[in-house]
Design a protein around this ligand. Structure first.
Ligand code: ADP
Ligand code: GLC
Length: 470
């Protein structure tokens, strides 16, 4: 597998959760898996072995030099591509939500290093690539290495975790990623006058999948297709949806080391202690625990539905409910939450941060979890919320629609403030019937989204890919 993030090494979102769990789940089923990742500056090499010294990667006239280190993560070898000039930086993709200007080179080197791993260190039958950052792998295999017998018979799978990130660059970058101008055509890399690396992957990978069935259908429509729906419809015969799983070793209130008290479906008493702890953590009064707390943990981006929250925030504040939010991202949304917290002290609070411990505390202490996404390929937080008894309020889109049902949460369909407010009011009204509420919580806590089922689907997909080898 080739990707730009994987827990516990580097994480900005759910992609890392997937890469931190799916390889192990596949390995547990008897597959042999390795992961290739950039070695970002913060990744420590303690316990790693240098397995390749001074790998040279030529991209046009430029030569990038990298060492490859191997570290084992719960039985799965992880190859770290160590090229400090490209990866030893403050953040993964760029400062404050912007992109580093050389991201095309950074992820071209990742792709070429991954192919060096395939050539020299770990010989797979399938290279499984994730998102635009790994999309050059199938492009190089198809166009640069087509005649190279090393790669003969190796199949490629591209998983699209988020079509909203197409990896766009101006056409002038092609020589810098070692590709010929002749690939700048609508049939390969050209996308409305620019280069889209994701498009390159969509066009050249042998198979495609996304992270829920619903999203696999949605991206073939104009509404969710980001201009690529036609392309995806043309490849519908090789496009499937496989729902992500959850790493319950990491996300279970029975064993979670980050929360104030452990609890389970059989004994919920610890949850109240977690709620008190959460309110204290956010500086909200814990005088009336009968008032529900709504939690948000999110990247602050347009994808996550913050314009709707902005529309109804004042209405929410006038209901009998507290709201706590954790996230970072677009400055406008960070400001929105800061303003709300200032306008409604004691009722709304925000932490502008990336804080894993606090994310766990919110799942454990919140009574409801809000995720009104405009679109959502899968979404993991709502699934964590089910297990923690934080009843999800979600927009019925993508993976949110596939994982939450009437028995376990609240859904609204139309992307409007009033539809969102309707779902929140339904939740508040059910909250006033403690028995019904408890049953809803318990149904959610009993749902099982462990990785094993998803890993079985990936394994079956890999088998099919090997069967249709020419
Ligand atoms: P996405 O990948 O689109 O951001 P997901 O729901 O799939 O959405 O996954 C988000 C992951 O990132 C979850 O594990 C969540 O806990 C984590 N996360 C997001 N924002 C933060 C934050 N500010 N602090 C800690 N964890 C966060
Ligand atoms: C993306 C999507 C999210 C999904 C995650 C992991 O970041 O936005 O919905 O859960 O990838 O697949």
């Amino acid at each position: 597998m080739v990707a730009s993030e994987a827990a516990p090494f580097a994480k900005t979102g759910g992609l890392a959760d997937v890469l931190g769990a799916l390889p192990q789940a596949l390995q547990a089923r008897g597959e042999e898996v390795a992961v290739v990742l950039p070695r970002y500056g913060r990744i420590r090499l303690d316990g790693a072995r240098r397995v390749f010294n001074d790998l040279r990667i030529w991209l046009g006239p430029a030569c990038w030099r990298a060492d490859l280190h191997r570290i084992d993560d719960r039985g799965v070898p992880v190859y770290l591509v160590d090229c400090p000039a490209l990866y030893d930086r403050e953040t993964l993709y760029g400062p404050g939500g912007a992109d580093y200007p050389d991201n095309h080179v950074r992820f071209a080197v990742l792709a070429r290093a991954a192919l060096a791993v395939v050539r020299r260190l770990f010989r797979p039958e399938i290279v499984h690539c994730h998102d635009w950052q790994a999309s050059l792998v199938p492009v190089y295999m198809r166009h640069l290495l087509a005649g190279d017998p090393t790669f003969y018979g190796i199949r490629t799978l591209l998983t699209i975790h988020n079509l909203g990130y197409p990896g766009l660059f101006p056409p002038e970058i092609l020589p810098e990623i070692g590709l010929d101008d002749s690939l700048f055509t609508p049939g390969v890399l050209e996308f409305w006058g620019q280069v889209s690396l994701l498009k390159g992957g969509i066009v050249t990978a042998d198979r495609l999948n996304t992270v829920s069935r619903r999203y696999a259908r949605e991206i073939q429509t104009e509404e969710f297709g980001f201009g690529m729906d036609g392309l995806l419809r043309a490849r519908a015969d090789v496009l499937t949806g496989i729902l992500n799983g959850v790493d319950y070793a990491e996300w279970s209130p029975e064993t979670d080391p980050h929360i104030a008290a452990r609890y389970s479906a059989a004994d919920l008493s610890g949850k109240l202690q977690c709620k008190r702890d959460l309110l204290a953590e956010f500086g909200l009064p814990a005088d009336d625990l009968s008032r529900p707390v709504i939690g948000i943990v999110s990247r602050f981006t347009v994808q996550k539905g913050f314009d709707l929250i902005s529309e109804v925030a004042r209405e929410i504040a006038h209901e009998d409910v507290d709201l706590v939010a954790l996230g970072t991202g677009d400055a406008a949304y960070e400001e929105l939450f800061r303003d709300l917290a200032a306008a409604f002290p004691g009722r709304i609070a925000v932490r502008i941060a990336y804080d894993n411990r606090l994310a766990h505390k919110i799942e454990a202490g919140a009574d409801m979890f809000l995720m009104p996404s405009r679109y959502e390929p899968c979404g993991l937080n709502q699934i964590y919320s089910l297990r923690y008894g934080a009843v999800p309020i979600v927009r019925a889109t993508g993976g949110l629609d596939d994982t939450i049902d009437e028995g376990t949460g609240f859904k609204f369909r139309e992307y409007t403030g009033s539809a969102l407010m309707g779902a929140i009011r339904d939740a508040l009204s059910m909250w006033r019937s403690p028995e019904v509420w408890r049953e809803t919580m318990l149904r959610g806590m009993a749902r099982d989204f462990s990785w094993n089922a998803s890993a079985a689907e990936y394994a079956a997909l890999y088998r099919r890919m090997l069967e249709d080898r020419p």
